[in-house]
Write a protein that binds this ligand. Structure first.
Ligand SMILES: [Mg+2]
Length: 439
């Protein structure tokens, strides 16, 4: 089942999807090579649920999203190691991966923290060798294993990536357009529709009632029938599987993939009120940056820290919150951030610093709406106008002239001199520090 070595014709679209394997677990292993064969799970905030599993943990039957307390007996029996999530580390590793990958194509779209598309169209070389080189480089430079799927469209690339992950014989790379047609048909027949990008549980269920269960069956379905019974989106998904590109590659290389706003306080801060004000104003700054690059963010990370030089009492909790829909609205981001603070704040401590990080940043134009999201508190078009207006006023009459009440007025917590954010991506000592101390 070796892929063909022929050099493809020019002018044929080729999209690669590169996806890190068990990303959070793999990041942890980079700094703990002794855990290479240990069954590991990474847990969500407050050590609630499993958000990443090592291959060993998967084999033991650990499910994604499973609450940790449910796993206790299994974990004890098989010595499964639970780790708290360390989002700062993952975000930094993600940046390094994406930066490395950006050197392999002029067109890149970062799709999530651990996956990106690269446009390899018109590359006059055997793509399987090229993919092998990419895979080896990421492994060698960053210690992270990745799988690469290649297809004529984004949806095919996604599916190819799934095959690359599923079948060890492919050694992490599947160029769907160069494997032979029999093997392709075999894959399509063996794979359930829910593995197709954009087809969720609800649609899978409905398709099943109409007798469509495999990718192969879905590809053969009548487009008009799909449009009538489902939606135009599903028709596009089918077209994509049949080599007709409906989804372009959005090049967001120039934009920040992560926006950080944080600051040390001038004097120790004790109250939740003061921390709320600080965090609200960091969110406002970050959201303004987000709007400047016309992007939306899906994840906001909030943290507070006591004096890190006082090791005995050092306390640095953080929490990351996923928004129902990606947004650039300061009010929605602030609401989430303050909910996060509510979860991590402990009274009676002297806090030295607080910060937020926005991530999973995508261009506003390709914003994906949650299918079943409750109606947003803030009307989308009105929100944009309001935010634009605030930005314009602040730009013309001075920063922060108009702001949310939650930012406060006297800002006694503000630090006068040091404006520097933590050097997450450039100073390994700070990355490592955050990792060992905050967990
Ligand atoms: Mg992944």
């Amino acid at each position: 089942m070796g892929p063909s070595q022929s050099i493809k014709n020019l002018n044929t679209p080729r999209i690669a999807l590169i996806d890190c394997n068990n990303f959070y677990v793999s990041c942890e292993r980079v700094f703990r090579p002794d855990l290479t064969h240990t069954p590991i799970v990474v847990l969500s905030n407050n050590d609630g649920c499993v958000v990443s599993r090592s291959a060993e943990a998967k084999k033991l039957g650990v499910k994604m999203g499973q609450p940790w307390f449910q796993l206790a007996p299994l974990a004890q029996k098989h010595h499964i190691l639970p780790l708290s999530s360390n989002y700062t580390l993952y975000a930094d590793m993600s940046n390094r991966v994406m930066k490395t990958l950006s050197t392999y194509s002029p067109k890149q779209e970062v799709y999530s923290i651990d996956e990106c598309f690269l446009d390899l169209s018109d590359f006059a070389m055997p793509l399987d060798s090229y993919a092998k080189m990419i895979r080896q480089t990421i492994l060698q430079n960053l210690g992270l294993p990745v799988c690469i799927g290649i297809g004529s469209t984004k949806t095919r690339a996604k599916l190819a990536n799934f095959f690359a992950k599923q079948h060890p014989l492919l050694e992490g790379i599947c160029d769907l357009e160069s494997i032979d047609t029999q093997l392709q048909a075999y894959f399509f027949n063996q794979t359930q529709v829910n593995e197709i990008w954009g087809i969720g549980a609800k649609i899978t269920e409905k398709l099943a009632t109409k007798g469509i269960k495999t990718v192969w069956q879905f590809m053969q379905a009548c487009p008009n029938w799909l449009r009538k019974n489902f939606s135009i989106i599903l028709v596009k998904t089918q077209a994509e599987l049949n080599h007709i590109s409906c989804l372009g590659l959005n090049d967001i290389k120039a934009n920040n993939k992560q926006i950080i706003a944080s600051r040390s306080f001038g004097a120790p801060v004790y109250t939740k009120q003061a921390l709320s004000e600080a965090i609200s104003s960091y969110v406002a700054r970050a959201a303004e940056k987000l709007r400047q690059q016309n992007s939306v963010a899906k994840i906001i990370y909030v943290y507070i820290q006591t004096n890190r030089f006082n090791q005995a009492s050092y306390h640095a909790p953080g929490v990351f919150l996923t928004l129902i829909e990606p947004t650039q609205d300061t009010r929605l981001l602030t609401l989430s951030a303050l909910q996060g603070l509510e979860q991590i704040y402990q009274p009676g401590l002297a806090y030295k610093k607080a910060g937020i990080t926005l991530s999973e940043i995508t261009p506003n134009t390709q914003k994906q709406h949650a299918l079943f999201a409750p109606k947003s508190t803030f009307d989308n078009s009105k929100s944009q106008i309001l935010m634009q207006t605030i930005d314009q006023i602040n730009q013309s009459i001075g920063k922060g002239s108009i702001h949310l009440l939650s930012e406060g007025f006297d800002k006694s917590w503000q630090m006068q001199s040091n404006q520097r954010s933590p050097r997450y991506t450039t100073h390994l000592s700070e990355v490592a520090k955050a990792y060992t101390d905050s967990n």
